[in-house]
Ligand binder design. Structure first.
Ligand SMILES: [Zn+2]
Length: 319
C-alpha cells in the first residue's frame, strides 16, 4: 500500500513537473502559429487583391505577349486568305479561260462553316480572337485543297495543249479563192425561204457544186447523214466543247465514228435540203451553243483576207 501511494505521488509529481507544461507549451505555440498563419493568409489575399506579385507580373506580361502574337497570327491568316483569293481569281479568269473550261466549283467549299462549329471556342476572354481564327484556318485549308484540284485539271489540259490547238475549229471550211459570192452572215436574219425572222445559226459560203469541204479541226464524225432542212450534212465533235456542222452537201465522203484531221476533205458542196442555191452552211458550236464561225477564221487568213471576208459578208443568207 505504501509502495502504491509512493508510486502515485511520483506519478503526479512527474505529470505536474513535465507532461502538463509540455502539452500546454504545445497548445500555446500551435495556437500562435495558427493565428500567424491565418493573418498571413489574409494579408496575402488583401495584398494580392491590390498589388501584383512578381510572379503575377510575369504571367501578365506573358499573357499580353500571347494576345499580341495571336493578333499577329490573325493578320497573317487574313493576308494568306487575301493572297489565296487573288490566286483563285487568276485561276478563274485567266488560266481557266485560256483553256475554255468551266469555273471550278465544289459546292460549298469556298464558304466557311456555320458558326455553330466553333461554339466551343466562343467563350472566355479571347473568344472573338479564337473562333475567328479557327474558322478562317478551316476555310483556308479547304480552299487550298480546292485550288490544288483546279490546278491539277489545268496541268492536264496544259499537257494536252497541242492536241487542243488541233481541235479548235480554226480554218476556213473551203478554199476561199473558190467563193463565188459574198458570205452570208451569222445572226438574226430574215429567212429567205420560210419568210420570217430567225437566228441564222451559221455562215453561208457560196461556191460551185462539188467544191471540196474541209474539216476545220481534228475530231470524230458524229453525224454523216440527211438532216431535215440541212440536207446532206456532217457533224464533227472536236472535244474541248467544240462541234462543227457542214450542211447542204452534194456528197458526203466520211462516215459516222470516223476520225478526221483538220483540213481533211469530208464532202462536196451542194444544194440539198432547204436552200436557195449552192452553198455550204457552216456552224460552230461551243459547249452546245451556236457561236459566230467568223471568230475562228483568222488562223489561216492574212488580216487583210479576214477583214475582207467579214466586211463583205451579206445580211441575206442562202440558208
Ligand atoms: Zn445558212
Amino acid at each position: 500500500m505504501q509502495h502504491r501511494r509512493e508510486n502515485n505521488i511520483l506519478y503526479h509529481y512527474f505529470r505536474e513537473k513535465f507532461i502538463l507544461p509540455v502539452r500546454m507549451w504545445f497548445y500555446y505555440y500551435t495556437r500562435r502559429l495558427l493565428i500567424i498563419f491565418i493573418l498571413a493568409m489574409v494579408a496575402n489575399l488583401v495584398f494580392s487583391y491590390f498589388f501584383y506579385t512578381p510572379k503575377m507580373y510575369a504571367l501578365r506580361k506573358e499573357n499580353n505577349d500571347l494576345v499580341d502574337n495571336y493578333g499577329m497570327l490573325s493578320q497573317k491568316i487574313e493576308q494568306a486568305t487575301a493572297e489565296l483569293a487573288e490566286i483563285r481569281n487568276r485561276d478563274r479568269n485567266v488560266y481557266r479561260s485560256v483553256f475554255a473550261i468551266d469555273t471550278f466549283t465544289m459546292e460549298g467549299i469556298w464558304q466557311p462553316y456555320p458558326d455553330s462549329k466553333y461554339a466551343h471556342a466562343r467563350y472566355g476572354r479571347f473568344a472573338q480572337l479564337m473562333s475567328g481564327n479557327a474558322a478562317q484556318l478551316d476555310a483556308l485549308g479547304r480552299q487550298l485543297y480546292a485550288q490544288s484540284l483546279s490546278f491539277d485539271q489545268i496541268e492536264l489540259l496544259a499537257m494536252d495543249k497541242d492536241m487542243m490547238a488541233e481541235c479548235i475549229p480554226a480554218i476556213f471550211p473551203i478554199d476561199q479563192r473558190r467563193m463565188t459570192n459574198r458570205m452570208g452572215a451569222f445572226g438574226g436574219r430574215y429567212h429567205p425561204v420560210k419568210g420570217y425572222y430567225h437566228l441564222h445559226t451559221g455562215v453561208d459560203i457560196p461556191a460551185r457544186q462539188g467544191t471540196p469541204i474541209y474539216a476545220t479541226a481534228t475530231g470524230t464524225v458524229r453525224e454523216a447523214d440527211w438532216g431535215s432542212g440541212y440536207g446532206k450534212q456532217v457533224l464533227i465533235d472536236h472535244g474541248f466543247g467544240y462541234r462543227t456542222r457542214y450542211a447542204h452537201l452534194s456528197k458526203i465522203i466520211v462516215r459516222t465514228g470516223q476520225v478526221v484531221k483538220r483540213g481533211e476533205i469530208i464532202g462536196e458542196m451542194g444544194a440539198t435540203g432547204v436552200t436557195t442555191g449552192t452553198h455550204l452552211h457552216y456552224e460552230v458550236f461551243f459547249r452546245g451553243k451556236h457561236v459566230n464561225p467568223v471568230s475562228y477564221f483568222s488562223r489561216d487568213m492574212s488580216s487583210e483576207e479576214y477583214r475582207n471576208i467579214i466586211a463583205n459578208a451579206r445580211e441575206t443568207t442562202y440558208e
